[in-house]
Write a protein that binds this ligand. Structure first.
Ligand code: SAH
Length: 368
């Protein structure tokens, strides 16, 4: 086989490592995903059957429709505040927001109260979102990051598969304390994982104190900052956040959860860098700690399957089936299975919710 040509990102990374030594996993992810010219999110269209991965809103309209119900229900039970700000982090093709807006269009007063803000880093995806949401008559705005949003009205923050895209640090516990993992070069000059002798970039969480030597942890400062920002936005009039992602609430096993996906297949992380999506599972325990510190009330973590079932996704399916052709029926049933079955997305994906103190318990989070 002829050698695979080096991607532009790989050349950049190798040059950087040759001059500065091994780089952190976080810096590696940052460049691979967000490099202004060659980063994965800057160039390709990642979603859908032809992309590299498919997300729940792209699997089925039912996902966004029941999330619309969640939004409407909580807004109403919170007393239908005059202004409702709905922030979506990493809105992809805009499909989730379009489904939420369609599902809530007939809720009296909701769209009049509504201001939508989309946080999106990719100019291409911003444009797609603009097109997708053009039919809906609501206030719409875009920002680059959540830190640019002012404190203000009652707010919901939603993110589906957003946190998993944020760069992580990987660290390993040794007898002498925590050290960081990184990316360096092997003898042949290829990218390779290494353990650096660098200390941790942030202080270890209190839940890491009893970890034994050999244990691995993943720290995501971006996720922690996001949750702090949510705390700031909810500190005024209150509100809630909802993060749906794959992740864990205990500890990841060594060698960690960093993974690459290309054309719906797992792909070696250090090969063809910049052409595959890179993600890490979300540490929901760490997220909960930040939510608590921000004076929010975290709800018990739900699986996606339980959450969607409690929101009545089966009832939504029945309504859609009643006016579907036999072929559409088959498709809708398969979509629901994909979203909720344990062997599909139902268990791997978790739903994390935290609210301000003035908000009732949201739908989907009653304990079993
Ligand atoms: N929520 C969508 C897309 C998930 S993919 C869905 O469920 O289909 C991740 C999304 O987050 C993409 O839109 C990507 O461009 C965006 N994104 C990733 N990192 C980001 C960052 N740091 N800031 C803002 N947007 C980001």
């Amino acid at each position: 086989m002829p050698p695979v040509a080096e991607t532009p990102i790989e050349s950049t990374l190798k040059e950087l490592i040759r001059s500065e030594g091994p780089i952190t996993i976080s810096r590696f992810m940052q460049l691979a995903l967000y490099h202004p010219d060659h980063g994965y999110y800057m160039q390709v269209n990642p979603f859908g059957e032809e992309g590299d991965f498919i997300t729940a809103p792209e699997v089925s309209q039912m996902f966004g429709e029941v999330l619309g119900l969640w939004v409407a229900d909580l807004w109403m039970r919170a007393g239908a505040p005059e202004r409702l700000r709905l922030v979506e982090l990493g809105a992809g093709n805009g499909t989730l927001m379009a489904d939420i807006l369609r599902a809530t269009a007939h809720v009296p007063g909701l769209h009049t109260a509504l201001e939508v803000i989309l946080i999106e880093i990719s100019p291409r995806l911003r444009e797609r979102q603009r097109q997708m949401l053009a039919p809906y008559v609501v206030k719409l705005d875009w920002k680059h990051n959540i830190g640019q949003i002012d404190e203000g009205p009652f707010t919901f923050v939603i993110g589906n598969e957003f946190l998993d895209a944020l760069p992580i640090h990987q660290c390993v516990r040794t007898e002498g304390g925590w050290v960081e993992k990184g990316v360096g070069l092997d003898d042949a000059g290829n990218l390779a994982f290494v353990v650096t002798n660098q200390p941790l970039p942030v202080s270890p969480g209190r839940w890491m104190q009893n970890d034994s030597p050999g244990a691995l942890r993943e720290l995501c400062p971006g996720a922690a900052d996001t949750m702090k920002q949510v705390g700031r936005l909810l500190s005024g009039q209150g509100g809630a956040c909802l993060f749906i992602d794959y992740g864990y609430a205990d500890a990841p096993s060594n060698p960690g959860t960093l993974q690459a996906l290309k054309s719906h297949q797992y792909h070696p992380v250090l090969e063809e860098v910049g052409t595959a999506d890179l993600t890490a599972h979300v540490d929901f325990l760490a997220l909960k700690e930040v939510a608590l510190a921000a004076k929010l009330i975290p709800l018990p973590l739900a699986t996606q399957g339980n959450f969607l079932t409690r929101l009545g996704i089966q009832t939504r399916l029945k309504t859609l089936l009643a006016r579907a052709t036999p072929a559409q029926k088959k498709m809708l049933e398969a979509q629901l299975d994909r979203l909720i079955l344990p062997a599909e997305m139902g268990t791997l994906f978790k739903v994390f919710c935290a609210t301000s103190a003035n908000v009732p318990v949201p739908l989907g989070f009653y304990e079993n």
